[in-house]
Design a protein around this ligand. Structure first.
Ligand SMILES: [Mn+2]
Length: 354
């Protein structure tokens, strides 16, 4: 934890700041190991201060690392407290990750002599590269996620409702130590499978319908993300064709991944395959996203993004084809970027038929 805060401080000089306010929940956890604190002030010199309200004080006091824990009493204004310390330390320019506009205006008013700069990027540059501890947690989350898919394949049968499948998935993952889910489980069948974020409803699953399952466990605060598309019975020619296109796009994109690859090229690899098959307009989202403490975090694997993949990035690879009124196919894995290749952390059957 100390190493992470130190790494942040090491970036101050180049960013021309002498302090940083961390307000994002997962960012605070990343730097301090504490859940439930409200702000972390990291000055270039001197001690780091974590501000926490009474309700979470004891828990934060017990878990926080690398900082002094400051209790915010009832009636005290957290941001005024932060501003008082910034003035006392005579900080000239302070960066921050994310602040509500009302908080920003309050700080701005209280700090006439201090610059305030939005610099979310400083934190993401660190969080994009997962360390050994983080990778251990993500790998465990991925293993639990795999079991969620296995359970879904086991229970999907004619007439089962979408939410029943979701319940079985989530129960299986919970039993294995998942902290709830990394995001809302999707079980979208039939025409609803054409909605990339279809959620789940009380719809009964019928024979011959495409079923998109998108799920992820969370372990020690870190998530994993997998999508599989299934079908009861035999696919139509069109369903089988679309499935093969998406499967190929996912495989080729996966094989293209390694350190130094442009994220837009990875997106392009998958997109080209789907375009050449005539379904380019049906691939309505980017290829993937980083995942860690947040389910969607940098780097984004999209056609507009400028990032290069780096060793230690954990990203999803998830091409899809969605046809309104007909259905959709998406195949997704969470993968770890190595120097010469990528490694799939989620592993589950690619068989379409159950
Ligand atoms: Mn995803």
């Amino acid at each position: 934890m100390r190493g992470r805060i130190q790494a942040l401080k090491n970036s101050f000089k180049k960013a021309k700041i002498d302090g940083y306010i961390v307000a994002g929940e997962t960012n605070i956890f990343y730097f301090t190991n504490a859940v439930g604190a409200t702000r972390l002030l990291v000055p270039a010199e001197g001690e780091n201060v974590l501000y926490v309200r009474g309700v979470n004080y004891d828990a934060v006091k017990e878990t926080a690392r690398g900082c002094r824990v400051d209790l915010v009493k009832p009636g005290e204004d957290i941001d005024k407290k932060v501003a008082v310390l910034i003035k006392k330390l005579k900080l000239k320019c302070v960066g921050y990750d994310t602040l509500d506009s009302s908080v920003y205006l309050k700080l701005k008013k209280a700090l006439k002599e201090t610059g305030l700069k939005a610099m979310n990027q400083l934190v993401w540059e660190l969080r994009k590269i997962k360390d050994k501890t983080e990778l251990g947690h993500i790998k465990r989350a991925a293993e639990i996620t795999n079991e969620g898919v296995r359970r879904a394949v086991e229970v999907i049968k004619l007439g089962i409702r979408e939410y029943e499948v979701a319940a079985e998935i989530e129960y299986a993952m919970r039993k294995l130590g998942s902290q709830g889910v990394a995001f809302e489980t999707i079980v979208a069948s039939g025409p609803r499978s054409a909605f990339p974020h279809g959620g789940c409803t009380n719809k009964k699953i019928q024979k011959g319908e495409l079923i998109v399952l998108d799920l992820g466990a969370k372990y020690e605060h870190y998530g994993a993300d997998i999508t599989r598309t299934l079908l009861i019975g035999k696919p139509s020619r069109k369903q089988a064709k679309i499935y093969e296109i998406v499967r190929k796009a996912q495989q080729m994109a996966f094989e293209s991944l390694r350190g130094g690859v442009k994220v837009k090229d990875a997106d392009g690899t998958a997109r080209r395959i789907i375009e050449q098959a005539g379904y380019g307009e049906c691939f309505v989202h980017r290829l993937g996203h980083g995942i860690g403490l947040d389910t969607h975090e940098p780097p984004t694997l999209g056609s507009e993004a400028k990032d290069l993949l780096k060793v230690g990035n954990v990203v999803t690879v998830e091409p899809g084809v969605y046809i309104g009124g007909f259905g959709g196919v998406r195949i997704e894995d969470t993968v770890l970027i190595h120097k010469e290749r990528a490694e799939r952390l989620t592993k589950a059957t690619y068989d379409l038929c159950v």
